[in-house]
Design a protein around this ligand. Sequence first.
Ligand SMILES: C[S@@+](CC[C@H](N)C(=O)[O-])C[C@H]1O[C@@H](n2cnc3c(N)ncnc32)[C@H](O)[C@@H]1O
Length: 256
Amino acid sequence: MTRPAPQPHAYYESNRLLAEYAEFHFGDTWYGVENFPKALAERALAAMAGKPRGKALDLGCACGRASFELAKQFDEVEGIDFSANFVHLASEMARQGSVRYPLTEEGELTSERTRSLKDMGLDACASKVSFYQGDACNLEGRFTDYDLVLAANLIDRLYKPRLFLNNIHQRINDAGILLIASPYTWMEEHTPKDEWIGGFQKDGEDYTTLDGLKEILSPNFRLIQAPEKVPFVIRETQHKFQHTLSEVTLWERLPR
Ligand SMILES: C[S@@+](CC[C@H](N)C(=O)[O-])C[C@H]1O[C@@H](n2cnc3c(N)ncnc32)[C@H](O)[C@@H]1O
């Protein structure tokens, strides 16, 4: 008997995932690997040097750390995620300046953590960020006119990544930047196989996700620097950590 595939959002709605991502965004760093959303925001801000920094979009923002980091230099940052729980926690951080969550130690054992924007040097950024529940593959019309769109570890979690990639240029100002970071871990649980944009053989040759990105984005974007693998560590329990490399590509929107 075949089971229906879980909805993409259901996976990210569990309390366990919420605590993992809260700690990933606002918590300790492990094994010398820097905070990933912060590292990506720094790369995005470096790519924005000399460009307007009006409005940024953090798509698939989860608990929102990259949004707060981008607000160091942007006038306004909007974070959008499918998961109501993630958006709720990110909004709580913006509103209260701190969040509390139970971190899994092992099995059902947890310990409470409190994290604050002040401790991260981000308290001045809270008034510039806003968070919304939304779908990257079906964005509302009001989400537009961005100088930067950050899509961090998002494309291989989308149910229609090609649809997202084919349309995102419409939301970005001329010469604006699209930063895509992804470990390209395609899973049918999140993305039906016929929607994968790479990671398979095509005409008898290996066709990578980077090949797919170039093919889909080249009509509207120019790749502005060599791809870079940025590591991240997600703590699952006090005994188990995932260490992953996410490939960062930076794309500049061609003039209309
Ligand atoms: C692997 S997590 C990455 C989160 C965050 N960008 C980071 O780097 O930590 C993928 C995120 O994408 C969100 N997501 C999945 N499908 C989405 C969709 N169609 N639209 C918006 N967000 C989506 C999930 O809820 C989850 O927060």
